[in-house]
Design a protein around this ligand. Structure first.
Ligand code: SAM
Length: 321
């Protein structure tokens, strides 16, 4: 099992296309970095640590994710040469986007984690800014920071150091429901789209309430546990998840929900990912579509996995605050 912190890439500095995309929300305009890659602004200050620009002092409530993605820095990373393509398939199902839609685009990955979906979009030929509140960004930087079309920064979706109207595409997969307020986090994003740009999010569905009864109860304890202790418990998901993959075992799974993924390491990761986070909201289609309408987005579409929704910023109208 991958339990070491991901090593940072040696690359120092950011690709030249990143700086024009940065802005201090209080000042507007470009955000200038000094030679050491630091910025002291009215609202945001930045410093570079281990090759990554950081606009927050700590992981805050997202610490468990920082641990998780550095422990499991490569478990979900595709290796098409080894026929590992699950992240590509999941990205297509949750966004409705194919590689041809991505080439040459400027893309924001909100809550990039260790970069499993950034890798898909980078490989399709887009420039990707991956943002994460937690030390997960170190895992992403270690995995992908040497690609000239990648830039990873540690920042909070509620206070992003990014210029308005900068991105052709914004996606956020499995992130916004882990913030204190999913809707408010979402509403920070459309203004960063260029006119005509698209945004797509996937958040947990509230439409499987039976399956959540037991885990909601256990989460009252597990989300407060020391992460290493919880990881030790989650290692039981290896054998238990294998049992649940049999017909007889499946009937037991509502009592002790753990991941059923075919890969045992992935099961441990997914189970930790379910039980550790402080916030874990669930939503339905109508609610999420309402947020898109509130933001003034058009061409609102549902994608294959509940609840994955996309919309487009109109070419000619401002985005509602
Ligand atoms: C379940 S992980 C998903 C990571 C990645 N999108 C994926 O699907 O592999 C959720 C991520 O959201 C990040 N996150 C949580 N709150 C955030 C915030 N306020 N701003 C930015 N990222 C945040 C966490 O640190 C974590 O890496």
């Amino acid at each position: 099992m991958a339990t070491d912190r991901a090593s940072s890439s040696d690359a120092v500095g950011d690709p030249p296309w990143l700086e024009p995309l940065l802005a201090d929300p209080a000042e507007g305009g470009p955000l200038s970095l000094d030679a050491a890659g630091a910025h002291a602004g009215e609202r945001l200050s930045a410093r570079r640590v281990d090759g990554v620009l950081r606009f927050v002092e700590s992981d805050s409530y997202a610490q468990s994710f920082g641990r998780e993605w550095n422990w499991f820095a490569q478990t979900q990373l595709d290796r098409p040469d080894e026929n590992r393509t699950e992240s590509r398939q999941t990205f297509a199902e949750k966004t409705g986007l194919e590689p041809a839609d991505l080439a040459g685009k400027t893309v924001l990955d909100v809550g990039c984690g260790m970069g499993r979906f950034s890798e898909v979009v980078l490989s399709a030929g887009a420039n990707v800014v991956g943002v994460d509140l937690s030390a997960a960004v170190d895992a992403a930087h270690g995995n992908l920071g040497d690609r000239p079309n990648a830039a990873f920064i540690q920042a909070d979706v509620f206070d992003l150091p990014l210029r308005e109207e900068s991105f052709d595409l914004i996606y956020s997969i499995g992130v916004l429901h882990h913030t204190p307020d999913t809707r408010e986090a979402f509403l920070r994003l459309p203004r960063l789209l260029k006119p005509g740009g698209r945004i797509v999010i996937w958040v947990y569905t509230s439409e499987r309430p039976v399956g959540y009864v037991a885990s909601d109860l256990y989460r009252r304890f597990t989300s407060r546990m020391d992460e290493e202790r919880l990881l030790r418990l989650c290692k039981a998901a290896g054998p238990i998840g294998a049992l649940y993959r049999t017909r007889a075992g499946r009937v037991l799974s509502p009592l002790l929900p753990v991941s059923h993924h075919p890969d045992p390491e992935w099961r441990v990761l997914d189970t930790f990912d379910w039980y550790a986070p402080r916030y874990q909201w669930k939503h339905d289609w109508a609610e999420v579509e309402r947020w898109f309408r509130t933001a003034g987005l058009e061409e609102i579409r549902r994608h294959r996995v509940p609840v994955a929704v996309s919309g487009r910023r109109p070419l000619d109208s401002p985005v509602a605050d």
